[in-house]
Design a protein around this ligand. Structure first.
Ligand code: R7I
Ligand code: MG
Ligand code: MG
Length: 349
């Protein structure tokens, strides 16, 4: 479809859910042979399965809160979103949330809370979390706001409800920008795509908080920019091993070690890959490749899935995969609602 077509919205939201549900199988695994990945994926074609046998985790649970809040409030409302996160956690605490964020979600349930951003600021001795929990749920901001400045602003605020460290919320901005650009068809020109992301993040990381956090955590002066340069170096190479991707970009639970990785997965899988079935299209390759990296597989596949889904559209997603994953049909319905909301805003850049 063309830029911001319904198919791209559906692809983004549905493939994010699939990445989470399908990736859950390997979360935390150190080494994942491609053979195991392919076996897992071919199991999804089994007709006797289906009807949402693969459950979604916190990634999708929180994304659903963001979607519902944006739709109900017709825009960003931090009070409403905070309430939804808290309610979702208290209803289904067993979705595999990060160890730290649970404290925030419990505090957000409190009635006397005057500042919904405060519990997140109290995390990790007042520095805030740099986990990827803000980034994993950020796609709906790109699917709501056509204007790039709005995408950045609300992705940041949405993440800050749980992640107040710049290495957490800037990861959420980066992921939202990747979905935003992909939705416009920007992955047709991969080099331009990565250069645009670098240019945006140069600005995003150009402030005191970001520099301060980077210094304390002994990272490069602009950590996400540095990682995106590594992504660009890797994508310009003819052959890259899984081991190199993991050592250069990471596969961990920090936003810095997973958002650039997810972006790389999408870029790397634009073309056919050795070791993957020829019958696979780009969307299937992206999910398979993300799982083969091991580590935080549900989240990396969820983020890569959202970016790739916005590029390839809903038609690229196997029906059998959708049938297997809890929440995938819901995501499809909500994508149509977000698409309507998006086109009600003035169309920005
Ligand atoms: O970021 P968050 O919501 O976790 C998301 C991950 C995804 O993989 C989900 O699929 C789920 O499995 O969890 O939760 P947080 O608790 O804020 O951060 C995750 C973890 O990152 C924490 O439990 C810490 O281990 C680590 N972490 C930190 N460690 C030290 N210092 C995050 N921030 C810090 C820090 O500042
Ligand atoms: Mg999870
Ligand atoms: Mg995870």
């Amino acid at each position: 479809g063309g830029p911001a077509s319904l198919s791209r919205f559906r692809g983004a939201l549905v493939a994010g859910v699939l990445g989470d549900c399908i990736g859950g199988e390997f979360e935390g695994a150190e080494e994942v042979p491609m053979e195991s990945v392919l076996q897992h994926l071919s199991g999804l074609d089994d007709e006797t399965k289906g009807n949402g046998v693969l459950e979604y985790s916190d990634d999708t649970a929180m994304t659903r809160c963001v979607v519902q809040s944006l739709l109900t409030r017709a825009g960003f409302d931090e009070q409403d979103l905070a309430r939804r996160f808290a309610k979702e956690y208290s209803t289904s605490p067993g979705r595999g949330y990060g160890n730290g964020v649970i404290q925030v979600l419990k505090k957000l349930s409190s009635f006397q809370l005057s500042d919904v951003y405060q519990p997140a600021r109290d995390q990790f001795n007042g520095r805030g979390s740099f986990g990827n929990g803000g980034a994993m749920r950020t796609a709906p901001f790109a699917l709501t706001f056509p204007d790039r400045a709005d995408v950045k602003r609300f992705a940041r605020l949405g993440a800050m409800l749980t992640h107040s460290c710049s290495l957490g919320y800037n990861g959420a901005i980066l992921q939202a920008l990747a979905v935003h650009f992909s939705l416009q068809g920007a992955l047709d020109l991969p080099l331009q795509f990565i250069n645009d992301l670098i240019a945006e993040m140069e600005e995003v990381e150009d402030n005191k908080e970001a520099r301060n956090d980077a210094r304390i955590l002994k990272e490069a002066e602009k950590p996400f920019c540095e990682r995106l340069h590594r992504v660009r170096d890797l994508m310009n190479r003819s052959k890259v091993s899984i081991e190199e991707v993991i050592s250069e970009l990471g596969n961990g639970i920090a936003a810095l070690h997973s958002v650039p990785t997810a972006i790389f997965c999408v870029l790397h899988c634009l073309q056919p890959l050795e070791g993957l079935p020829e019958s696979y299209g780009g969307l299937e390759r992206t999910i398979a490749y993300s799982l083969a990296l091991g580590g935080d597989t549900d989240t990396i596949a969820c983020m890569a899935g959202a970016i790739a889904g916005a590029h390839y559209g809903i038609e690229a997603i196997p029906q059998s995969w959708i049938r297997c994953c809890e929440g995938a049909e819901d995501a499809d319905v909500n994508a149509e609602r977000l698409h309507k909301l998006y086109h009600q805003f003035p169309q920005g850049v």
